[in-house]
Design a protein around this ligand. Structure first.
Ligand code: HEM
Length: 149
């Protein structure tokens, strides 16, 4: 015989976007032991992932910044990396590849400030800590300037 309770559908607590529901990030990702606290910031209008893809398509290698194309990929020392530590001239090393992330800063879903912590540095560990599933190599393909030596 069928158990009537097994056929019951749990009552809806309101529409999926109802304000009574806690956002997923607050409930699970910020929970103790759930990894680093992840904070969503509001991106400026025109700075979605789609807009970034469009910008890459339009600007291509111009997103590498002011580097001599005949020297690409640059061989970057730690000292050289350190010099590129401002918003307008911001390089980050990820897994030994160096990217000019100045054009990407305003598109970063985690915000500019947290990204600037890696300005002129190796950001591999922080990157892994916050979102190992993100494919930086693909997102930043047009921003690749060189390799660490
Ligand atoms: C430089 C290369 C980086 C790229 C291409 C990148 C890209 C992204 C992307 C695509 C997301 C959205 C992920 C998602 O919704 O699942 C994100 C979120 C985030 N990123 Fe990054 N990121 C970079 C570096 C970093 C670094 C170095 C940090 C920390 C110092 C960081 C901190 C965060 C945080 C806190 C979020 C959370 C926002 C949220 O909860 O959705 N990111 N990043």
């Amino acid at each position: 015989m069928t158990d009537r309770n097994s056929l019951r559908v749990p009552p809806m607590r309101g529409p999926p976007n109802s304000s009574s529901r806690k956002p997923l990030l607050e409930t699970s990702l910020s929970a103790p032991g759930a990894g680093p606290r992840r904070q969503k910031i509001g991106l400026k209008p025109g700075h979605s992932a789609m807009d970034w893809a469009q910008l890459k398509q339009n600007k291509g290698n111009a997103l590498k910044g002011n580097i001599d194309p005949s020297h690409f990929p640059l061989r970057v020392t730690k000292e050289e990396l350190k010099r590129h530590n401002s918003r307008d001239d911001c390089w980050v090393a990820l897994n030994r590849k160096v990217y000019n992330i100045s054009p990407y800063l305003d598109f970063h879903p985690g915000g500019v400030d947290i990204l600037m912590k890696c300005a002129g540095k190796d950001g591999t560990l922080l990157f892994q800590k916050y979102h190992h599933w993100v494919n930086a190599d693909r997102i930043l393909d047009s921003c690749w300037v060189g390799i660490m030596v």
